[in-house]
Ligand binder design. Structure first.
Ligand SMILES: Nc1ncnc2c1ncn2[C@@H]1O[C@H](COP(=O)(O)OP(=O)(O)OP(=O)(O)O)[C@@H](O)[C@H]1O
Length: 267
């Protein structure tokens, strides 16, 4: 599986973009180009608008100002070429479906749910499961897998349609060291294949280990003000103590020789 090497246009272009709900902006002042093949760590405190931005890229949050281009077109047009991993807490694990069925659902977006999956589709599902190390678990009921295995299964569902852009919302939350390392390796591989990855996280170490770029979001001064960028750029330029402190105003921030850490807000 390789991403189609298409146009030189950036994977994501935001020009004065703002996103929100019911006409109310929740994240704003976004002007940036994400080059194809970049892995962007999307970092910010709770409520700064990380998920809203990811939904905006998918056309699922409202564009309240500015412009957005995704893979050279509108979010609606690009959606078929985007693989997503939503936050763990938005996941229904009670459905009586197998892991294989969950991954197969990832094909529906590009092919429609009614078209038969066929040999090629089954091979893509098997390859995606293989890729995340879960080939042996294909027939298992999804809800009976461990949290880390479910996370990898959802990632396989995101990968099965050979997406050019992957949006991963807090994929590292709750993962043990082994699953975390496997996911870090996979993010690096995806970007080596020319795919673009945007991954939201509270953990700066993850940014440093797997990403090429960072977008730091800061919250508004009061809870009803929208979030906004504190920095964007290649990791070594944008991930500075100043920018991190701006983004995480009320949070302890430490910077040692190579590691920036913040208090993990989700724990
Ligand atoms: N569906 C929605 N309708 C209205 N407001 C929303 C909706 N989803 C999020 N918000 C609001 O938008 C703001 C940004 O929330 P968002 O979930 O994007 O932040 P986040 O940075 O992803 O936070 P977290 O780290 O807690 O996931 C918050 O004030 C939140 O209450």
């Amino acid at each position: 599986m390789t991403a189609a090497p298409s146009a030189s246009e950036a994977a994501l272009v935001l020009d004065g973009a703002a996103f929100g709900y019911a006409g109310e902006t929740r994240v704003e002042r976004l002007s940036l180009d994400v080059p194809r093949g970049a892995a962007v760590a999307l970092i910010g405190p709770n409520g700064s608008g990380k998920s809203t931005l990811l939904r905006g890229i998918l056309g699922l949050a409202e564009l309240t100002a500015g412009e957005v281009r995704v893979l050279g077109g509108s979010p609606d047009r690009a959606r078929r070429s985007i693989g997503t991993l939503p936050q763990t807490d938005s996941r229904d694990t009670t459905l009586p479906v197998s892991l294989r069925q969950v991954v197969t659902m990832g094909l529906y977006r590009s092919r429609g749910a009614l078209r038969p999956i066929g040999r090629e589709g089954r091979a893509a599902v098997a390859a995606a499961l293989e890729r995340v190390g879960l080939a042996a678990f294909a027939g298992r009921r999804f809800g009976e897998l461990s949290g880390g295995q479910q996370q990898r299964g959802i990632l396989a569902r995101a990968l099965v349609s050979d997406p050019q852009l992957l949006l991963l919302d807090e994929p590292f939350n709750g993962l043990d060291r082994e699953n975390r390392d496997a996911l870090l390796r996979l993010v690096r591989e995806l970007r080596d294949e020319g795919r673009t990855v945007i991954v939201s996280t509270h953990d700066l170490e993850i940014a440093q280990q797997a990403c090429t770029h960072v977008l730091l979001l800061a919250s508004g001064h009061t809870p009803d003000q929208p979030g906004h960028p504190a920095a964007f750029g290649p990791l070594d330029e944008a991930l500075t103590l100043d920018a991190v402190q701006h983004a995480f105003q009320d949070t302890t921030v430490e910077l040692d020789h190579h590691t920036v850490t913040t208090t993990r807000e989700t724990e």
